[in-house]
Each structure stands twice: as structure tokens, then as C-alpha cells.
Ligand binder design. Structure first.
Ligand code: AMP
Ligand code: MG
Length: 417
């Protein structure tokens, strides 16, 4: 059946998804230990309670002194104290040096550190700690990390709506934040439609294929920090699809389905969703991934769950999950919308017959920093998604010749944003 409705641009589709999801935004927050906050989305800015570092300290092992006390190489100073990391020294008397170790707090009065490699320890002089011959003339300020040079007290170091990556957890800890306010994880129900689908582990019966989308989509949702309820495989029947949608709506923010979104008589998602809520079926001007359903399913308790119906072809499912589902998830959690910035890179391939739709080609970075194309770009070829490092976002009708600059979207960026 040929669908002759005008197609939606991807931008328009993503804008509608973001607006629809923002209206259902998750407002609940929870306090979690910074220890356990990896991948969560911040619900409030994190401000620093202190300067980091909290005091001037040395970035190297050596001797803290006054630069003015060493006018020429070879000056000898008595060592007045020893300051390992974690210890606080006393004010440095003029004409003396302090033995100091990386991270040790600079004593008041010192204004430079001389590397131990540029000094010689001298035994049997001074106050029991010996002395030091300084063989290089220091410049005031050298090898000193200043109080607050990383973070100023009161500064916002992390921003609400930001996903907590390992380095953000480190930064939160460095400003003393032991608990973080994060959004409740999105609850997402997932099911695959299709009478042909079987689970790996079962012998394949004639006419059947293994259900790959269930694994791939579940993984993408988990990587995006969702709590996934997997409702398995739903047969191609209206009543079964309706029942699955009702069940899925009960305790979830979002229902993600794969398959059955085209207009064939075996495609039951739209009529089922229409009966249980409201749904629009879109034709998006993109390849792979043209058909997409978006709406909501009512629940008796008066609440409703958003629904996004992805196409069944595995690569279409993959790409639309990366672009459309993540847009919905981000809007649900108050995160910024829009796709990650594409990198301009050179094509190491020709693409002489572009589609009239915007294409997302599976490509891989080669040793020259250019992009190789996976030879089979069919929407059923899941191998391409494992081989690829990213997608070329190719404008409608744009032919590509070897050497042309193209827009590269790294998969790693798309998967974990
Ligand atoms: P559909 O969107 O239901 O018309 O399915 C389109 C194509 O994708 C058909 O070849 C299906 O067999 C295939 N397909 C649908 N769902 C899945 C799935 N969960 N895993 C692998 N292939 C699927
Ligand atoms: Mg189907």
C-alpha cells in the first residue's frame, strides 16, 4: 500500500516528539549517593562549597622557598620543616627552605617551589633537617597550584539536566558533594510485534527469524539510563496488541514497540493504539526509518504513557531509537533537545545515487581519518551497525564523491547522550 501523505522532515518530527514528551516530563527527583550516580541526570545544579584546591600547594616534589632568597645558582638554605601531602606547615622564615612533596600545602611566606632534581640535600647543617643547595634560580610562582584555580567557592560546576559521566562524578566529589539530586529514571516498557519472531535458544521454525530488536532496543534503553520492563513478543493480532499496550501503560512513562507500524493488514499497532489512546502515524523523510508512530496510551488510573512505535527492520529500529526515542527520553528528563553536533569529515567513498529522503549511512573511521562506507546499506543488515563507528547524516538528494566533506555523527555519542 502506497502512502501518499506528505512526509514530515526529521527536524519537525523531533520537535513534535520533544514537545509531546516535555508535556509529560518526569518531575520526581531522588537523592542518590555520588558513588551510585553514574549515568543519572542531574535535577539541580551542583555548587561548590569550597575553593578547589582549598589552598596553594605544590605540583612537584622539591623545596618551597622565597624566590628572592636564591639570587644565583648554588645558594644554600637551611631546611626548616618537612611538609608531606595532607600536612600543614608553619610560616616559612626568610632565608630558609621547606622540604615539600606533591600536594603538600605551601607554607605562608613561600612563593616558589624548586624541583628536587635541581637541588642537593646537605647533611649536618641547620635545625636537624639539614640544608639544601639550590642549583637553579626560581621564578616566583613556579610549581604552585593556586587555591581556587580549578573551582571557586560558590561556582556551579555541574548543571541541571546534565548526564553524570565518570568525570562529572569526580568533579562532584572534588567539591565535596556526597549526595546528588537526580531525576527518577524513566520507566520504559518494550515489546516487539511479529508472528515470525523467536527467541535465540529455540530452534528456528520455518518462516521464522530471531528477535534481534528486543535485545538491541533493550540495550539502547538501558544505556540511556532507563528502567526497562520487557514485555516480550506480541503476536500480530489486534486484541493481543491492545492488551500489551494496556499492560505497558500501567506503570510506565513510555512504551517503545518495534514492528507493525506500516499500513499493511498485519500491522496492528496503530489501530490498537487508537483504541487504547491516541496515536499519529508519521512518514518521516529519512532513510532508514520512514514509518513511526507517536502518541499516548490511557491508563485507568487516569495517567497516560507515551507511545513510540518504531519500524521493525532492525537498522531502521536502531537509527530511529537513537534519534527519536532518545529525543523523547531527553525531553522527559528536562535535558536539552537537538542532535549532537555532527563532525565534518571526508568521505572515502562514492555515493552517486542518494535517496530523496535524508539518509543515515553506516560508516567507519579509517586510519587516514576519513570515512569508509559499509557496502550493504539495507535496513535489514544489522552487521552494518556493529561494523560502524557512526552515521553520515546526508541531506536529501545529496550525492557524495570521494573526498567530499560529510556530516559524521559518532555512534558512541548517540548511544550515551
Ligand atoms: P514490520 O515493521 O513489522 O513490517 O517488520 C519489517 C521487517 O522487520 C520484517 O522483515 C520483520 O520480519 C522484521 N522485524 C520486525 N520485528 C523484528 C524484530 N524484533 N527483530 C528482527 N527483525 C524484525
Ligand atoms: Mg511485522
Amino acid at each position: 500500500m502506497n502512502d501518499r501523505r506528505p512526509m514530515l522532515s526529521l527536524e519537525e518530527a523531533l520537535a513534535r516528539l520533544a514537545a509531546g514528551a516535555a508535556a509529560h516530563a518526569i518531575s520526581e527527583t531522588e537523592l542518590v549517593s555520588t558513588f551510585d550516580a553514574l549515568g543519572r541526570v542531574l535535577a539541580a545544579d551542583v555548587h561548590s562549597a569550597l575553593d578547589v584546591p582549598p589552598a596553594d600547594n605544590t605540583s612537584m616534589d622539591g623545596y618551597a622557598l622565597r624566590a628572592a632568597d636564591v639570587a644565583a645558582p648554588g645558594a644554600v638554605l637551611p631546611v626548616s620543616q618537612r611538609i608531606p601531602a595532607g600536612h600543614v606547615g608553619q610560616a616559612l622564615q626568610p632565608g630558609t627552605a621547606a622540604r615539600i612533596f606533591t600536594g603538600g600545602q605551601l607554607p605562608p611566606g613561600a612563593d616558589a617551589v624548586v624541583l628536587q632534581e635541581e637541588c642537593e640535600a646537605i647533611a649536618g647543617m641547620g635545625m636537624g633537617l639539614g640544608g639544601v643547595r639550590v642549583n637553579a634560580v626560581p621564578v616566583a610562582g613556579q610549581w604552585i597550584r593556586r587555591r581556587g584555580e580549578d573551582v571557586r567557592q560558590g561556582a556551579a560546576v555541574l548543571t541541571r539536566g546534565q548526564r553524570l559521566r565518570p568525570q562529572a562524578l569526580g568533579l562532584a566529589a572534588s567539591v565535596g558533594a556526597g549526595l546528588l539530586s537526580v531525576r527518577r529514571r524513566p520507566r520504559v516498557a518494550l515489546f516487539s510485534t511479529g508472528d515470525e519472531l523467536m527467541m535465540p535458544g529455540e530452534p528456528l521454525r520455518p518462516g521464522a527469524i530471531y528477535n534481534s530488536n528486543r535485545f538491541m532496543l533493550r540495550g539502547l534503553l538501558q544505556a540511556a539510563g532507563c528502567e526497562v520492563s520487557d514485555l516480550g513478543i506480541v503476536p500480530d493480532r489486534l486484541d493481543a496488541t491492545r492488551a500489551a499496550l494496556r499492560q505497558a501503560a500501567a506503570a510506565n512513562d513510555l512504551i517503545v514497540t518495534s514492528g507493525g507500524v506500516s499500513a499493511g493488514e498485519e500491522d496492528h499497532l496503530k489501530p490498537a493504539a487508537q483504541a487504547e489512546g491516541q496515536v499519529e502515524d508519521w512518514q518521516i523523510a529519512m532513510k532508514p526509518g520512514k514509518p513511526l508512530a507517536f502518541g499516548h496510551i490511557r491508563h485507568e488510573a487516569g495517567s497516560e504513557a507515551l507511545l513510540i512505535g518504531l519500524p521493525g527492520n532492525p537498522v531502521s529500529s536502531f537509527v530511529t531509537c537513537l534519534l527519536a526515542v532518545s529525543t523523547v527520553l531527553r525531553a522527559l528528563q528536562g535535558m536539552g533537545s537537538g542532535l549532537p553536533a555532527a563532525l565534518p569529515l571526508r568521505a572515502a567513498f562514492d555515493w552517486p545515487r542518494p535517496d530523496r529522503r535524508r539518509e543515515f549511512l553506516r560508516v567507519r573511521l579509517n586510519a587516514e581519518g576519513a570515512l569508509d562506507l559499509f557496502p550493504n546499506q539495507s535496513s535489514g543488515v544489522l552487521t552494518s551497525t556493529v561494523w560502524a563507528d557512526g552515521l553520515v547524516d546526508n541531506p536529501p538528494g545529496q550525492a557524495i564523491a570521494r573526498g567530499d566533506a560529510v556530516r559524521f555523527l559518532p555512534l558512541a555519542e548517540l548511544i550515551s547522550r
